[in-house]
Each structure stands twice: as structure tokens, then as C-alpha cells.
Design a protein around this ligand. Sequence first.
Ligand SMILES: *Cc1c(COP(=O)(O)O)cnc(C)c1O
Length: 420
Amino acid sequence: MHEIEEIMEAVEQHQELYRNALPLIASENVTSEKVRILLASDLSHRYAEGEVGARFYQGCKYIDAIEGRAIRWARELFRAEHVNVKPISGVNANIAALFALASPGDRMMALSVPDGGHISHSAYSVPGLRGLKLERIPFDPKEMNIDIDRTERAIRETKPKLILLGASLFLFPHPIREMLTAADEVDATLVYDASHVLGLIAGNKFQDPLGEGADVVTSSTHKTFPGPQGALILCKEVLGDRIDRAVFPGTVSNHHLHHIAGLAVTLQEMIHFGEAYAAQIQSNAKALAQALYEAGFNVLCEHKGFTESHQIAIDVRDLGGGDRIAKRLEEAYIITNKNMLPFDNEPDNPSGIRLGVQELTRIGMKESEMIEIASLMRRLLIEEEPAIKVRNDVKALKNDFQNVHYSFDGGLAYRNPALR
Ligand SMILES: *Cc1c(COP(=O)(O)O)cnc(C)c1O
């Protein structure tokens, strides 16, 4: 076999696995056929440093038209005064935002990783890189949300230059309005990292961070927002120049133009289908959580209806811990991840698993499929049925859900039109 064939075959095997599996990783999604075609276009070869209409290279006439539309459509969809679509990942967007809005030695506040904060919110990553003094946002593990009373006090004591909201384990909207007074008193900039929930925000669900008072929103564009991998920054007009300069030339030289075209198409998908999509995600997440709870799983926050987002969190200590359970689920082709919960300090074997229903929603699953999935998980993890038996039923269930929904052209979810 020629060496290239080894790669083609591995890609085919990967697609076959996902064709048969139930992907429940909360940070992933699938793009529509049109977006995949654009990702394979000539745009993937080009450079367009600079801003729309003011590039450093020639040949950018059509790229300007594409990026201009992406900016305009994002401004419309998110009711944002200013938009930058260039950051190539969520972490990249956070680097640019912290570069623009804080200086070495400044104080900032963010959630810790066990409380749901993303690794890029930790001292180990972007705040450390920027030389910031990091304080934790106080968190209430019972409510799985920011503890607003302690946070207001902490803001007044710490006087942070910047407060970073948003999370990777993100069940309930963050109390932005409630912390505005304290943040204003100390002149802190409020940044909201919407990476996980941008698709819900696009569908007018979960919360509207800009409308509620955040100054800046950073976000990846491929989690609940079902676009190509990448990121964007939304902000108030007064911060626009600072953000743009921190992105280019600060932290991005060439952005990924094929992804900008894909982002533009996905923005139109969300303008047209976003509300129905986001509503179904929330409804599916609640249905899966309720069914798992009734099946005997320790799903967090039953007293609050489990979740308002695409995610649910399960404490699986009784079943052997997050590492064991995530691996056992994979044997049955149910793809999830182990996840730290607020009382954890051991990232390799945390207490929880996290599930997200956005991708299963995008391929057309509804509440009745969520109930079926809960039953499959019960058979595998509580009744200890052999993984191979459960896997056969997982494959049978998945067989009917192979197309992308909430888009103009659909397309096969687990086949690249160019490789089919
Ligand atoms: C996933 C995530 C990111 C990182 O996004 P990438 O596109 O993977 O760099 C940033 N912040 C939060 C809260 C996330 O969940």
C-alpha cells in the first residue's frame, strides 16, 4: 500500500466510526455540505493580512466581499456593535482579548477549571502568559453557578481590571447583570467567553451577554455554533480598534480564509434556523438528563431542571469514576469525556462525565432518541451488559441519523463530499 493510502484509510475508518457512533462531546459539531465544500476551496491557500478593503497583498477582491459579509451577518445575528472574525481558535480569541484589555501586573478574575473554567482561563495558560494576577470567581457547587454575593464582595476587594465569564462546564447562564454594579464601581472590563454556548445565543436562548452588559464576547465557532473550527470576538464600538489591533497584527498574521467563508454560510444557517435549533438542543438536553436521572444516574442539579444549556454533568464516582466510565462508553460507541467537578483536584481521574447534545440535535435527534440513549447507557453502565451488545443497538439507532439538519443543503454528516 502506498503511504498516502494509509492516511486515506485512517480517515475513512474515522468517518466510519463516527457514522456508527453517538458523539456526545459537548465541544463538537458537524458542518453542512456547503461549508465542507468551501473548506476545500482555493481560499485555503491564500493570504489576506489586514482589514477588509485595506490588505497588504493583492488578489483579495473576493476575500474582502466574503469577510465583509461574515462581519455584517455576525453583527446582525448577535446585535453586536463591532465584530472581528479573524481569530483562528477560541484560545487565540482569548489571547487577543487579554492582550487588548489588560497589561502585565493587572488583576483579573475567572472561574477555576474544576468549577468549569476553560484551561485558557487558568494561570497556566493565557492569564499567565499575559503576566496577570489571577483570582478565582467564587462558585456555588450546589447551584453549579457563580456565587453572586461572594463574587460581588470579591470584585470590590480585588478590584480586577478584567473579569472573564463563561465556562467549559456550563449548565446555567452566568449572572452578568447582577455583577455589573460592582464591576462598574472598580472599572473592570467584562469579557464573556461564549465558546460553548454561541449557537444557543445565536438562537436567542440561554442568555444575551452583550445585551446584559458584557463589554466583549470571545468565542470559538464550532461547538453549539455549528461552523468550521475558528473563533470570533464581538464587542462595543469603543473597544473595536483595540480588539482589531490585538488580533492583527497582535496575535494573528494570516487568518484562515476558507473558514471565514464557512463561517459566513453558518451565520446564515443560524439566522434562518437558529431559533428552532437552539430550542431543540435545550429540550433534548433536559430530556436526556431527566431520563438518565430516572435510570439511576447521579445527574447534577435535579433541583434546577438539570441544565439550561446543551450540556449535562453526571457524577459517576459510584460507578468507578470519570475515566473508567468514559472508556467503557467508548467501547459501546458512545463518545463522551471525563470531566472535573467542583470538588475535584485530580484531572486524570475526575468524578464526572460531561455530555452535550448539540451534534445529535444537528443530525435530527429529538426527545424520544434521548430517552433511548439513556436506556442504552443504563444497560451498559448500571446493568453491566456486554459493550458489544449495546454497541449493536447504538449502531442501529444511529443508522437513521446521518444528515445535517438546520441548514439549506443538509449533506451527509460523517462523509466529506470531496472524499465520499
Ligand atoms: C473550547 C473552549 C475554548 C477554546 O476553544 P478552541 O477553539 O479549542 O481554542 C475557549 N474557552 C472555552 C470556555 C472553551 O470551552
